[in-house]
Write a protein of this length. Sequence first.
Length: 379
Amino acid sequence: MEKRKFRGVGPELSLLGFGCMRLPKIDPDKPDIQQIQAQEMIDYAYEHGVNYYDTAWPYHQGLSETFIGKALKKYPRDSFHLVSKMPGWEAKKPEDASYIFERQLEKCQVEYFDFYLAHAMNAERLVQYKEAGVFDVLLEKKKEGKIRHLGFSFHDSPEVLKKIVDLGFWEFGQIQLNYLDWTMQRAREQYDVLQAAGLPVVVMEPVRGGALHSLCPQAVELLKKAGPDASPASWAIRFAASLPGVMTVLSGMTTLEQVKDNVKTMENFKPLTDDEKKLLEQVVDIYQQSKTVPCTGCRYCMDCPAGVDIPLMFSIYNQYQLNEDKQAFVKAYAEAGDSKQAHHCVACRACVPKCPQGIEIPDRMADVKKLADRLMPKE
Ligand code: SF4
Ligand code: SF4
């Protein structure tokens, strides 16, 4: 496994980081983790040199931290880096942040976090975290040795990122970066802000919630021609890992096959050549012609008061936009069940401010409904 030294002198981190937000579930509608399968994935990753495990308070509705603490317990504490994040939006005062932090240590069964982040920072949260005294608590915990390295994760514009960076106490930053968002969501400018500040970059959503793995047949063919044995996901992972200053690339893995594929990519890591970068630009052109919704499946927008399963609806819709398989759409849409379907959306907009991708959810949900009205058999 390719390893990189944190800030050139610090601990060695595996270039592949294990994101614990999409672990296999017992029931797709519930957060409970399929423990045996997930443990097998962690063990495989660990045995193949992955030493960076990234969890957070809200992942799997709180169950991810508990799981990863238990899963890594059998390994020496100094052989892996455990990472979690402060959900500052839940803190009204410093005591709340302090309580959450100590609870996280308990849940993960550790005395300290190797890396710790202020979670999902944006313009609004920058103000809120400051007012609630969240940053003071994080700096205090760092002084106490309970946080080894302090950073933040981020979803907003490069201008806001600059303001956050200018706070001056960060050691790294985590941004959404992949070959699609490089220009579409200004990831390149965000990367440049972190580079200019000398902050190592942790990459999240390198495969854009799986979208860069489930490409349309035309794009897949292009990639297959250039690398018959390389999965579409491996191209996306290599794009992120090829950038100088990238410390680790997080992948939120759900199956053992995904772990094996990502490990294979990072064990024999080869940075993209100029020709390969050009090839990915062609894939972006093809992707942009599709009508897919840029949903990563993060579920931050949930729960919808009208019962709509927003990420599921977008996933079924996107699949159709990529392969135009009517039968598959009809099957998946029916299996979702009436209560989760798009027609229940009342455009209340409760979900819109929660979406880090800035998707106009009610408008796009209307597109899903329109498609379902056209394709679903009439009763
Ligand atoms: S806008 Fe639609 S999808 Fe979003 S929360 Fe309201 S009802 Fe649910
Ligand atoms: S609509 Fe937005 S918040 Fe909801 S799952 Fe998709 S990307 Fe995440």
